[in-house]
Design a protein around this ligand. Structure first.
Ligand SMILES: Nc1ncnc2c1ncn2[C@@H]1O[C@H](COP(=O)(O)OP(=O)(O)OP(=O)(O)O)[C@@H](O)[C@H]1O
Ligand SMILES: [Mg+2]
Length: 318
């Protein structure tokens, strides 16, 4: 049995502005024991899918199963087996300390006292927040607060845990500690499943066994990061910084250019061009110079997950 099965799920929202198709015919299987990533840009439908899987939202059409149970009709069977943590979430009571909050949650969840205590200290150790256990939650920094939220999510020892952008807006160090914790948590246990959403490429790359790329409500690829990269193995990307900003409409007409992305920067622009013909690099450089652009930086790079995304969707992630 798979940890998760999604079969032909649609989710449509009716708003005053019109109809939003947040999920369009999503099909997905996630195996037990996988650390699975849902990767997609803002508004792709990641949170909507997580809300359906955590039984907080019904699909408009289709079926979703968690550990064999139907999310639409068997939510009471599913809920004790799962947990969820979102990035930037404000859970807990500000006037209580971190330890008191975690204890309170453990009692809500019905975890025996001794076990709860042991887990709180274990997670505080592993996530490096022992020093704040007696600090009031209202005085925590964003990173400290998120460490507590993560601990809260894992406290119930869930069979499946959903992490919706768990490192959103955190500094590099805290994000790394959280990723390390998630990875070791799943490695040290049998048959636990983690489903995580992110729009950070490197997070998916470092952490996930397999990744589903989701864009505009559709899953457009599911594979290991390695295999996703192989799909574009004959290709490379060229990163170029040009100043000032010049016309770029001609780039697609250069032989060997497959897709490109342009970000405006102060006094100029940064382009990421996916191509499969080294001989065309000269034509590209000439093209910029002819239009009055000065090339300040040029680097040829191996394909990244971001390139896979760009190739599949024609757009960037962030
Ligand atoms: N309750 C709702 N009512 C109306 N529209 C909604 C609702 N929830 C989500 N949507 C719309 O559905 C689409 C998908 O949203 P969702 O939050 O699932 O995206 P996401 O991938 O999680 O994005 P982000 O990276 O910004 O968190 C968006 O267009 C959003 O505006
Ligand atoms: Mg979201």
């Amino acid at each position: 049995m798979n940890a998760i099965e999604v079969k032909g799920v649609w989710r449509i929202f009716k708003t005053r502005e019109g109809i939003v198709e947040a999920l369009k015919d999503v099909n997905l299987e996630i195996r037990k024991g996988e650390l699975f990533g849902l990767l997609g840009p803002n508004g792709a439908g990641k949170t909507t899918l997580i809300r359906i899987l955590t039984t907080l939202l019904l699909p408009t059409r289709g079926k979703a199963y968690v550990l064999g149970y139907d999310t639409s009709t068997e939510e009471l069977k599913i809920r004790p087996l799962i947990n969820m943590v979102s990035g930037g979430e404000y859970s807990g009571y500000g006037l209580l300390t971190v330890k008191e909050n975690l204890w309170m949650f453990s009692q809500f969840y019905g975890i025996p006292g001794k076990i709860a205590k042991k887990r709180i200290y274990e997670f505080a150790e592993k996530l490096r927040f022992k020093d704040i256990l007696n600090k009031k939650v209202r005085n925590l920094s964003t990173g400290q607060r998120q460490k507590m939220n993560i601990a809260r999510g894992f406290l119930t020892d869930p069979k499946v845990i959903f992490l919706d952008e768990p490192t959103l807006g955190l500094d590099v160090e805290v994000a790394r500690e959280i990723r390390k914790f998630v990875k070791s948590w799943i490695m040290e246990r049998d048959n636990r499943t983690v489903v995580l959403t992110t729009h950070y490429m490197h997070e998916a790359e470092q952490l996930c066994d397999r990744v589903a790329i989701i864009n505009e409500g559709r899953i457009i690829a599911v594979d290991t990061v390695e295999n996703l990269k192989k799909r574009i193995s004959s290709e490379f990307s060229l990163v170029i910084k040009v100043s000032p900003k010049v016309d770029i409409s001609w780039i697609s007409s250069i032989d060997g250019v497959l897709k490109y992305l342009c970000r405006e920067e102060e006094n100029g622009m940064r382009l990421r061009i996916i191509m499969d013909k080294e001989e065309s690099i000269g034509d590209l450089v000439d093209g910029f110079i002819k239009r009055g652009g000065k090339i300040n930086y040029l680097n040829k790079e191996e394909p990244t997950l971001e390139d896979v995304f760009l190739k599949l969707t024609g757009r960037g992630l962030e």
